[in-house]
Design a protein around this ligand. Structure first.
Ligand code: ADP
Length: 474
């Protein structure tokens, strides 16, 4: 079975968040399960691309808004990732360092999708499934079905996975000219609220759509940034499949980014060594419970509440708890996080920026990981923290609801709260401090959480079953 995954991100080439982790891991596990899985990314001018060898496997010219556009398809030649990697290279459009945020982003992603389709069309390839991730690849299901140029491929099943339903990639009809000629009787399938909406179009036109947890699939019907009606109508077609983690990259027993190695059977020394290293780096007392936050500093993550909640927690529990925040995002939130440092000089540290290596040390060296997210389609941070024996403190939403059970409930291991609010965060911090004081209980929870299986093997199998159903038309 030959699958092409299309997405804007893929670890380690280009990762901004969880989408990158998933697209860097799922194909690897599909290959392990016997599939021919390949990833097709836009070409980015980034470290991985410079440090690895690529061959040009296809070169052509197409028409983009009536203008001739040259493009190439590059293939990574050593198979270093465990799956085939292809890059769509378009001089002047797809040859830049950043993944997002260019003013001509819509043109970039449209050109990427059309070049991919032209490549497989002209080179007479017949994939069994085209798996599109998020709105950056959301026009493919429509174009495949309703553009005569791709008639040969029109019956190829398409799967569309929503990693974040808040972002739709919508744009105005002034950009319609960038699309190929389509059957205008069906052009309404591109539209939502008077704009071309790639996410809405993909949900309507794909063979099957999924999202990254069952709870998030339900939530989309009442919280999807204007697409609620669509998801209410299409709910019956959707499947929620919880993400896995790449247990080769995220394994405290062998992780090269942490000094202390450990496993569920023996974690005290290794985890302790990581905490010492982390606290040394940030000049914090390793004897106190360390609560960390890692993530994009945006409202969806509840990040605008962090400064107030941390300030209040430290003030209400003097000398009893430390906090560390790693993140980047909204400049106003970044400033609020940084501005607190001089007010809590002994118990609070921050690192504003993106740092993969530091994130591994924080998962391994912290006692608790705070996730007050308002929206969390799946969430990977809590899965990494479980794997590293770090108690997740989560708002019960989306994938957090599906993967974390409160330690007060039967079989539980985490700390859960019901609202993204300063009060709920502070109350949970109090519970964390009490739990930390009961070392025996904490250690038993650590063993329990580290033994949980959130590896991709199980989730990858659910995708394979879905592909098989589509190919066999059941
Ligand atoms: P989202 O995709 O919404 O950002 P996820 O929980 O799905 O959230 O994935 C977040 C991923 O990004 C995790 O791998 C997390 O460790 C990583 N991450 C987020 N912010 C940073 C940062 N500042 N430095 C390093 N890694 C980060």
């Amino acid at each position: 079975m030959r699958i092409y995954h299309l997405a804007a991100e893929c670890y380690p080439i280009a990762k901004i968040g969880g989408l990158g982790d998933v697209v860097g891991a799922l194909p690897k596990y599909q290959v392990k399960a016997g599939l021919q899985a390949a990833v097709v990314l836009p070409h980015y001018d980034r470290k991985f691309v410079h440090e690895n060898k690529f061959d040009v496997v296809f070169r052509a010219t197409n028409l983009f808004a009536g203008v001739r556009q040259d493009f190439e398809v590059w293939k990574e030649s050593t198979d270093t990732l465990g799956f085939e990697l292809y890059l769509i290279h378009i001089p002047g459009l797809l040859d830049r360092p950043e993944v997002y945020s260019y003013p001509d982003e819509n043109e970039q992603f449209i050109a990427y999708q059309l070049a991919f389709l032209d490549w497989i069309n002209w080179s007479q390839q017949s994939p069994d499934i085209i798996h599109c991730h998020d709105h950056h690849a959301g026009l493919i299901p429509f174009v495949l079905k309703y553009s005569a140029i791709y008639t040969r491929l029109a019956n190829t099943p398409t799967v569309f996975t929503i990693h974040n339903g808040q972002y739709h990639g919508a744009f105005g009809y002034n950009k319609f000219k960038y699309l190929p000629e389509v059957d205008m009787r069906y052009a309404g399938l591109l539209d939502w609220a008077g704009a071309i909406n790639p996410l809405a179009s993909a949900v309507r036109c794909c063979s099957a759509y999924t999202t990254v947890s069952p709870s998030y699939m339900d939530e989309l019907s009442w919280q999807s940034n204007g697409l609620e009606k669509l998801f209410q109508m299409e709910r019956y077609r959707g499947v929620g499949i919880v993400n896995g983690i790449d247990s080769q990259v995220w394994d405290p027993a062998v992780d090269p980014m942490i000094p202390g190695k450990y496993s569920a059977k023996s974690f005290k020394k290794g985890k302790g060594d990581n905490k010492k290293e982390l606290c040394k780096r940030f000049n914090l007392d390793p004897e106190l419970p360390l609560i960390s936050f890692i993530g994009r500093l945006v409202n969806d993550k509840g990040a605008e509440l962090l400064a107030e909640a941390i300030n209040r927690s430290i003030s209400e529990n003097p000398g009893k708890v430390n906090f560390l925040v790693l993140g980047t995002g909204d400049k106003v939130i970044e400033r609020s996080i940084e501005n607190l440092v001089p007010y809590q000089p002994d118990h609070y540290r921050t690192f504003i920026g993106y740092n993969e290596e530091l994130s591994h040390l924080i998962y391994a060296g912290s006692d608790f990981l705070l996730m007050p997210s308002r929206v969390e389609p799946c969430g990977l941070n809590q899965l990494y923290s479980l794997r590293y024996g770090t108690v997740p403190m989560v708002h019960r939403t989306g994938g957090l609801r599906d993967t974390v059970i409160d330690f007060g409930d039967e079989g539980g291991y985490g700390i859960c709260f019901d609202q993204t609010s300063v009060n709920d965060i502070c109350y949970s911090v109090g519970r964390a401090i009490t739990l930390y004081a009961d070392k025996k209980h904490l250690d038993s929870l650590r063993t329990r959480m580290m033994e949980l299986d959130f590896s991709w093997d199980r989730s990858a199998q659910q995708y394979i079953e879905l592909y098989q159903r589509l190919i066999n038309n059941i």
